[in-house]
Design a protein around this ligand. Structure first.
Ligand code: SAH
Length: 206
């Protein structure tokens, strides 16, 4: 089944409501805090589909040169406000993560918190190609998505481990996929969701 990719205005709408969007919890997801604690969010770090920027801000606060990209101008405005308010040097730009090559930048690491799972099958392939154009050879993508262990159908599409492995089959190594938990605002009727955290390396060409 293919779920239509929402147009950008609908993402802005998600950020314009009175209640914060389910994923917009005002702090980084614990899984990414652990990665930062392990020193893995270093160098040039891209927060892909950054929303209001918590993961780019996390990486920047730990010394990374962090950039957040999101298609929602409202989300980017909020992210910039947080960076200024917290005096953290993360940069934020409105952009399409399906066309990261247009940025003309390459990164040592990419953070994807809840973005891969928003794309339909066609956009998923475009997204992986786009990530490939933005990540240096040997760089790592840390991707957290809703997992097929999450019951019910509230929220984004569920992703199976084999789908992750298939999506990143060519030119990548899926180093690990671990069970994790998303913390959520109550909007979806759930405050946590089962997730996969995938560590995926862009292969160096021989
Ligand atoms: N990573 C953020 C937001 C996750 S929600 C967090 O953890 O809070 C998914 C995000 O992807 C939304 O902010 C949405 O605006 C963004 N998004 C969806 N399609 C996009 C696209 N094609 N390019 C850039 N951002 C996109």
């Amino acid at each position: 089944m293919s779920i239509p990719e929402p147009a950008s205005p609908s993402w802005d709408e998600a950020y314009a409501r009175d209640a914060p969007a389910p994923w917009d919890i005002g702090r980084p997801q614990a899984a990414f805090v652990r990665l930062a604690d392990s020193g893995l969010l270093r160098g040039r770090v891209l927060d892909s589909g950054c929303g209001t920027g918590e993961h780019a801000l996390l990486a920047a606060a730990r010394g990374a040169d962090a950039v957040g990209i999101d298609i929602s101008p409202l989300a980017i405005e909020r992210a910039r406000g947080k960076a200024a308010g917290r005096d953290v040097a993360a940069r934020f730009e409105v952009g399409d993560v399906l066309s990261l090559g247009q940025l003309g930048m390459t990164f040592d690491a990419v953070i994807d918190s809840g973005v891969f799972h928003v794309f339909d099958d066609d956009s998923r392939a475009r997204y992986v190609a786009s990530l490939e154009s933005a990540l240096r050879l040997g760089g790592t993508c840390y991707l957290m998505c809703f997992s097929d262990c999450q019951p019910g159908d509230s929220g984004p599409r569920r992703v199976r481990q084999d789908e992750l492995r298939a999506a990143f089959r060519d030119g990548w190594t899926v180093a690990s996929i671990a069970g994790e938990t998303f913390a959520l605002n109550p909007g979806l009727g759930i405050t946590t969701a089962q997730a996969w955290l995938a560590t995926i390396r862009r292969l160096c060409r021989s």
